[in-house]
Design a protein around this ligand. Structure first.
Ligand code: NAD
Ligand code: MG
Length: 397
């Protein structure tokens, strides 16, 4: 059977078999919320988490999953105890996360945060799955390798990131050469209008309190620095056949227009909706059909005004750094991603200031050409070196 017809079958099977990598996180829990609203439509194969045994076991039981995997090996006994008598298999460690990704499923939600999601996400891709991709860091760090594996293994990527999901919904793939621009919208984060001096004193709690979206800690900090939009720029460059100079960023504080695609005739198509991740997730769960989603309906009269402004790359240099890495190509985006993950963790741990995040990423990026990205092995060594260097620099600050 050809890859395409396998995919078509997987997309139409009822109940649809689904696995969720990163089930206990913000995207994972939104996915589970949707599954609970569609009883009988989905059958859960595998769920994974890194540490939260209680949540993982409770959801696995409630959803009737076949397999639950906890990343932290030390919690294997706890997970087995929590699943005792349920008939649900319990696994632990990296190998179990990868097994969860490889088990048969019609759809795999890749919702682990950060570079840690690379191997499990790649395992699902190599199994030829339809992968609903939330884990953007995988595409940022390993773009060329992911794209090559998707093609070679007959997998399908469905973007879950709200902007990319919006673009996916209005992008005419049959006439990609008629697209003149992609406009990625950004809320601007909690410090959109803060003066430059104030940014130096920002605390982790302030950075995590996003004005519009409710998300995990890492992506919330990325949204505050605008590195999230930088990562999304790189993500878009791999997902859509549009050259980098024609992918632009537009600040849109209300987060109602989730991104726009401009065509050569001047038409601009956009997808709109309330800022609720359950809408793009529902799109991925239903694709190529649509399923009912619970997000509040858009009341444009009540909203009244939608505003847009150009991004300020002086106060938010992360955006410029990401474009620089994308242009440099090869392993540069992997270096950017690794340095950023280390910097965000150091900021959340109170070891560096808010402005140090982008400064640290810039220093690591500027240390020389990152070289080509030829294999997962070369990626691992690039990632390791960039992390070590970022940690050294974080200690000096
Ligand atoms: P989160 O921190 O809320 O959840 C992360 C999940 O990954 C958890 O289930 C956790 O157990 C698991 N995890 C963490 N570290 C791990 C490790 N080392 N190994 C294996 N699993 C690990 O994150 P989130 O906000 O749900 O984001 C998940 C991904 O989706 C990120 O890549 C993020 O950029 C992307 N995303 C999130 C949102 C959102 O609204 N939260 C929107 C768009 C894209
Ligand atoms: Mg996004």
């Amino acid at each position: 059977m050809s890859g395409a017809s396998t995919i078509a079958l997987a997309a139409h099977r009822r109940p649809r078999r689904i696995s969720i990598l990163g089930a206990t996180g913000s995207v994972g829990q939104s996915t589970i919320d949707l599954l609970s609203r569609h009883p009988g439509a989905f059958q859960v194969e595998a769920l994974t988490a890194q540490r939260n045994v209680e949540r993982l076991a409770a959801d696995a039981r409630r959803l009737g999953a076949r397999f639950a995997a906890i990343g932290d090996e030390a919690r294997h006994a706890d997970l087995k105890a929590a699943l005792a008598g349920s008939g649900i298999e319990a696994g632990a460690g990296r190998a179990a996360l990868i097994e969860a990704a490889r088990r048969p499923a019609d759809l795999t939600m890749a919702a682990i945060v950060g570079y840690a999601g690379l191997e499990p996400t790649m395992a699902a891709i190599e199994a030829g799955r339809i992968v609903a991709l939330a884990n953007k860091e995988t595409l940022v760090a390993a773009g060329p390798l992911v794209v090559e594996r998707v093609k070679a293994c007959g997998a399908t990527l469905l973007p879950v990131d709200s902007e990319h999901n919006a673009i996916f919904q209005v992008f005419d793939f049959a006439r990609a050469e008629r697209v003149s621009r992609i406009l990625l919208t950004a809320s601007g984060g909690p410090f959109r209008d803060a003066p430059a001096e104030a940014l130096a004193r920002v605390t982790p709690d302030q950075a995590i309190a996003h004005p519009v979206w409710s998300m995990g800690a890492k992506i919330s900090v990325d949204s505050a620095t605008l590195m999230n939009k930088g990562l999304e720029l790189i993500e878009a460059a791999w997902l859509f056949p549009v050259p980098e100079p024609r992918i632009e960023v537009l600040i849109h504080p209300q987060s109602i227009v989730h991104s726009l695609v401009e065509y050569v005739d001047g038409s601009v198509l956009a997808q709109l909706g309330a800022p609720d991740m359950r809408t793009p997730i529902a799109y991925a769960l239903g694709w190529p059909d649509r399923i009912a989603g619970p997000a509040p309906r858009l009341d444009l009269a009540a909203i009244g005004r939608l505003t847009f402004q150009a991004p300020d790359e002086t106060r938010f240099p992360a955006l410029r750094l990401a474009r620089q890495a994308l242009r440099a190509g090869g392993a540069a985006p992997a270096v950017l991603n690794a340095a950023n993950e280390v910097a965000v963790e150091a900021f959340l741990g109170g070891r560096i200031g808010f402005l140090d995040i982008a400064a640290l990423v810039a220093s690591v990026l500027d240390e020389g050409p990152a070289g080509p990205l030829t294999s997962l092995e070369s990626l691992r060594s690039v990632d390791r070196r960039a992390r070590a260097r970022a940690n050294e620099l974080a200690q000096k600050r």
